[in-house]
Design a protein around this ligand. Structure first.
Ligand code: GLN
Length: 492
C-alpha cells in the first residue's frame, strides 16, 4: 500500500500500524522517498535508509507478535548532536566530521527501545550555536515555507534540520535540543510543535555538550499529542547523567484532557518588548482570548528581571561552551591538522575546525571566565539567573502556566541577519529566561503572519509540570486550528 506520510501524525500512524492498514516497512519506504525528494532543503547531514529499513522490519515483527512499543515503526530524525552508535555524529562542525561514536545517547536509545525508526541525522547550527541554522559546516538548511516573493528563508535554529524535516513531512517527529530556544524558535518558524522539558527530565548523556547547565533534549512534532507521546519515550532518569531527575515519567497523553477551566494563565507584561511587530502582539492577544473563552482565568503577572535574561544568557552559555569545547584538541575526536609542536597542532586544529560563531563564543566565554573579569561578568550573570528564577517562583504563586509569543518575528530571509550577531541573539528574547530558570516551555503553531508564515505561541510551566503544558497546549492548538502546510516547492 502507498502511504502518504505527509498526512499522518504519530498518533494516526500508530493507529494505522496497529490496525494493519499499512506496515512499518511501507511507512518507512514512504518516509525515505519523501526525504530523498526533500534534499534541496539540506535538512539532513546523514541519511540512514538501510538502518531505517532494518529497524522497520524489526518493528513489523514486533507488531505481528503484539509486542509494539509506544513509538513502534514511527520514522524519526535525530538532531546530529545526539551520538548514535556506528553512525557519524558531527554537531554540525568540521572538527567532528567523520566522528563515529562507539556509543548511543540515552535519549536516542530510549527512542529505539520504544520502537522508533531512525531515518538519519538532522542538520543544525554548529554545536547548536545559532538561531538560523546558517552556521552549520554542512551548509544552511532552508525553511520549507516561503513567502510570496519566493526568497529562501531560514528554518530557525539551532534545531533547524529537525524542524524542516518534520515540516516537510518526511518524518513524524525529530529530536531537538534547546539551550536558549533551539527547539521552540525553529518550531515556531516552521509551523510545528516543540517542547523543551524541565532541566533534568531527559538525560543529557551522549548529547554533544554546548552549555551543560542549560541544555535539554525535547521532541519536535506536528501536533501537541505527538509531542506528548514522544517525550514520554525520551524522558528517563539516567545514572550516567547526575543532573537527570528520578521522578516517574507521567502519561503525558492522558494529561491532554481538553479542559482548561479554572486554570490560571499568566500574561507577563515585560514580554511586551519595544519594537515587537504588531502581528506578534495581535497573535498573543488572540491566544489570550482563546484560553479565556475555553474557561481559563487570565492573570497579569510581572517577571521584572526579564530584560536581563538575554545578556545573562550570552555570558553563561559561552562560558560553559568555552569549557566544554576545550576537549576538541585534535587528539581524541575528528579532525587533526598537523603542526610542528603539540600546541601548534592544537591551535591549527581548533582554528580550522571551528567556524566563526563557535570561535566568537569561545572568545566571549574565556573572556568572562578570565581572572579579573570573572566576578564582573560570570558571577554577576549567575546572580541575575537566580533573580530570574525567583521571578518565576513568585509568578507560580498566582498562575499555573504563562503564555507568551515564542519568537519576536516570523522566519527571516537567509543571510538577513548573519552579519549581525546582536540582532541574531535578539531572536531568543522570549525563550532564554525559560532555560535560565530550568523550566519547561512549549511552542504551539497558532497562526500565520501577514506574509503567510507560521507563528507560534509559547507556554511556560512549573518545573516538572509538562502535563499542564500539554493540557493547555492541546486546547490552544484546537482553538487555533492551524492546518496550513508549506508549498512543496522543492519537488520542482
Ligand atoms: N540561539 C541560541 C544560541 O545561539 C540558542 C541556541 C540553542 O538553544 N541551542 O545560543
Amino acid at each position: 500500500m502507498k502511504v502518504e506520510i505527509e498526512k499522518l501524525t504519530i498518533a494516526s500512524a500508530r493507529a494505522g500500524l496497529r490496525a494493519r492498514e499499512f506496515s512499518a516497512t511501507e511507512l518507512t519506504e514512504a518516509a525515505i522517498a519523501v526525504m530523498e525528494a526533500a534534499r534541496p532543503l539540506n535538512a539532513m547531514i546523514t541519511e540512514t535508509p538501510e538502518r531505517a529499513r532494518a529497524m522497520a522490519a524489526e518493528s513489523d515483527r514486533r507488531l505481528t507478535r503484539g509486542e509494539a512499543g509506544p513509538l513502534e515503526g514511527i520514522p524519526i530524525a535525530i538532531k546530529d548532536l545526539f551520538c548514535t552508535d556506528g553512525v557519524q555524529t558531527t554537531a554540525g562542525s568540521r572538527i567532528l566530521k567523520g566522528f563515529i561514536p562507539p556509543y548511543e545517547s540515552t535519549v536516542s536509545a530510549n527512542l529505539w527501545r520504544a520502537g522508533a525508526v531512525m531515518l538519519g541525522k538532522a542538520n543544525l547550527d554548529e554545536f547548536a550555536m545559532g538561531s538560523s541554522n546558517e552556521t552549520s559546516h554542512f551548509g544552511r538548511v532552508e525553511n520549507p515555507w516561503r513567502r510570496a516573493d519566493g526568497k529562501p528563508l531560514v528554518p530557525g535554529g539551532s534545531s533547524g534540520g529537525s524542524a524542516a524535516a518534520v515540516a516537510a513531512g518526511f518524518c513524524l517527529g525529530a529530536t531537538g535540543t534547546d539551550t536558549g530556544g533551539s527547539i521552540r524558535q525553529p518550531a515556531s518558524f516552521t509551523g510545528i510543535v516543540g517542547i523543551k522539558p524541565t532541566y533534568g527530565r531527559c538525560s543529557r548523556w551522549g548529547i554533544v555538550a554546548f552549555a551543560s547547565s542549560l541544555d535539554q533534549a525535547g521532541p519536535m512534532t506536528r501536533t501537541v499529542r505527538d509531542a506528548a507521546i514522544m517525550l514520554g519515550a525520551m524522558a528517563s532518569v539516567d545514572e550516567k547523567d547526575s543532573t537527570s531527575v528520578d521522578r516517574p515519567v507521567p502519561d503525558y497523553e492522558a494529561a491532554m484532557t481538553g479542559d482548561v477551566r479554572g486554570l490560571r494563565i499568566g500574561i507577563p507584561k515585560e514580554y511586551r518588548v519595544d519594537g515587537m511587530p504588531a502581528e506578534i502582539e495581535a497573535l498573543w492577544r488572540q491566544g489570550i482570548d482563546w484560553l479565556r473563552s475555553a474557561g481559563a482565568e487570565i492573570v497579569d503577572v510581572s517577571l521584572p528581571h526579564t530584560g536581563y535574561a538575554l545578556p545573562a544568557y550570552y555570558i553563561v552559555a559561552p562560558a560553559e561552551a568555552s569549557s566544554n569545547l576545550a576537549r576538541y584538541d585534535g587528539v581524541r575526536f575528528g579532525l587533526r591538522v598537523p603542526g610542528n609542536s603539540l600546541p601548534d597542532m592544537y591551535a591549527k586544529t581548533r582554528g580550522e575546525g571551528f567556524g566563526a560563531e563557535v570561535r566568537r563564543r569561545i572568545l566571549i566565554g574565556t573572556y568572562v571566565l578570565s581572572a579579573g573579569y570573572y566576578d564582573a561578568y560570570y558571577v554577576k550573570a549567575q546572580q541575575v539567573r537566580t533573580l530570574i528564577l525567583r521571578d518565576f517562583e513568585r509568578a507560580w504563586e498566582r498562575v499555573d502556566a504563562i503564555l507568551t509569543p515564542t519568537a519576536p518575528s516570523a522566519a527571516f530571509g537567509i543571510g538577513e541577519k548573519s552579519d549581525d550577531p546582536i540582532s541574531m541573539y535578539l531572536n531568543d528574547v522570549f525563550t532564554v529566561p525559560v532555560n535560565l530558570a530550568g523550566l519547561p516551555g512549549i511552542s504551539v503553531p497558532a497562526g500565520l503572519s501577514r506574509e503567510g508564515l507560521p507563528l507560534g505561541l509559547q507556554l511556560i510551566g512549573r518545573a516538572f509540570d509538562e502535563e499542564t503544558l500539554f493540557r493547555v497546549g492541546g486546547v490552544l492548538e484546537e482553538a487555533a486550528g492551524f492546518s496550513a502546510r508549506p508549498q512543496t516547492w522543492w519537488k520542482g
